[in-house]
Ligand binder design. Structure first.
Ligand code: UT7
Length: 332
């Protein structure tokens, strides 16, 4: 699916916030848990540490502070949100949705609220959905949340997945603005590649299986990631009539520094325009892009009129890119 902004309402991000659990799990501690080394993890992934939720912390507990910060940053009250999309593969439970739980905890009583599952690409899919509803006039003010608590569904004896992932969430408020805003989206899915990153015992297909942990074919996902990050971004830029030289801030999915470096080189974007925080958080799945976006904002890297390119990829296999002209000036 690919589309550029129509002549209708222009929609942008008007507030953002993030939250990660307090507990830091560094590579030295992982060395004591499984057969791995700080050297291997740094060399193959660039990850130094990640955050891990406390036993009693569920998805909504981590997403709630991110939502409150995003609302405050936008100067919007929860009661004025009429759409809440929560992208996650680790909801508090299958139902009620974490979106509905969050809407209730926030006091967003007028919001349509639900969960969306597209692996690590979830936040990009959620942005596109909210954009469509806002641009079409179906909603006026959306809260889009991306987050995961993958530590709860990892096999803590499997070194090949344990070292990669961390927990965290980010949220954005989306509203009609005076100009700029989202220029287009490119989203896709290849269910045939789904077996390379999956949680077989989590639903109705293998409900009687004891296997409740993430399984991953790292090399296949790596090949997919390096190809799709470049392909999706280039397809979208071409459709929007921009080149990589026009992009001021590039936010790729934070899975592995090697994957990010590959995309950076292939796209031909200077590394100082690329946002990287995978060293501090690991791969936070649906939380990855909103956490990086919030980091970029905190560093003063998101200024009015700048062009932001975001590309996610993950389980599904799925991918998604968005181009956004950063603006916070509200529509009249
Ligand atoms: O959002 C998407 C989520 N997933 C991803 O992005 C994952 C994409 N894939 C990757 O990032 C990389 O494939 C990994 C980081 C997972 C693995 O790196 P690699 O360079 O592809 O390593 P490999 O799978 O080819 O394994 C090389 C060796 C193997 O040993 P042998 O068979 O050569 O003896 C592994 O058993 O490294 C071993 N290994 C480890 N050694 C120390 C695998 N995990 C570890 C570990 N510590 N944690």
């Amino acid at each position: 699916m690919i589309g550029t902004a129509s002549n209708g309402r222009t929609i942008s991000i008007t507030g953002l916030g993030c939250h990660v659990p307090e507990r830091v799990l560094d590579n030295a501690e992982l060395e004591r848990l499984v057969d791995t080394t700080d050297e291997w993890i740094m060399e193959r992934t660039g990850i130094r540490e990640r955050r891990i939720a406390a036993p009693e912390e569920a998805m909504s507990d981590i997403a709630l502070p991110a939502c409150l910060r995003a609302l405050e940053n936008a100067g919007v009250e929860a009661k004025d949100i009429d759409l809440l999309v929560m992208a996650t593969v680790t909801p508090d439970m299958s139902f009620p949705s974490t979106g509905a739980i969050l809407a209730d905890r926030l006091g967003a009583a007028d919001a349509a609220a639900y969960d969306l599952s597209a692996g690590c690409t979830g936040f990009m899919y959620a942005l596109a959905q909210a954009y469509g509803m806002l641009a079409g006039g179906l909603a006026q003010r959306a809260l889009v949340v991306g987050g995961d608590v993958l530590s709860k569904i990892l096999d803590w004896d499997d070194r090949s997945t344990l070292v990669l992932f961390g927990d965290g969430a980010g949220a954005v408020v989306m509203e009609p603005v005076a100009g700029g805003g989202f220029l287009g989206f490119e989203l896709g899915a290849d269910g045939g590649g789904g077996v390379h990153l999956w949680l077989p015992g989590s639903g109705s297909r293998h409900f009687d299986e004891p296997e409740k942990f993430v399984k991953m074919n790292g090399r296949e996902v790596f090949k997919f990631a390096t190809r799709i990050l470049v392909q999706s971004a280039e397809t979208l830029m071409e459709r929007c009539g921009v080149t990589i030289d026009d992009v001021d801030v590039y936010i790729p999915h934070q899975a592995n520094v090697r994957i990010i470096d590959h995309a950076t080189k292939k796209l031909g974007i200077p590394s100082e325009r690329v946002v990287v925080n995978v060293d501090r958080y690991g791969n936070t799945s649906s939380g990855s892009i909103p956490l990086a976006l919030a980091d970029a904002a905190a560093d003063g890297r998101l200024r009015d009129g700048e062009l932001v390119l975001m590309t996610g990829m993950g389980a599904g296999l799925t991918w998604g890119s968005a181009l956004l002209e950063w603006t916070k000036e509200m529509a009249a």
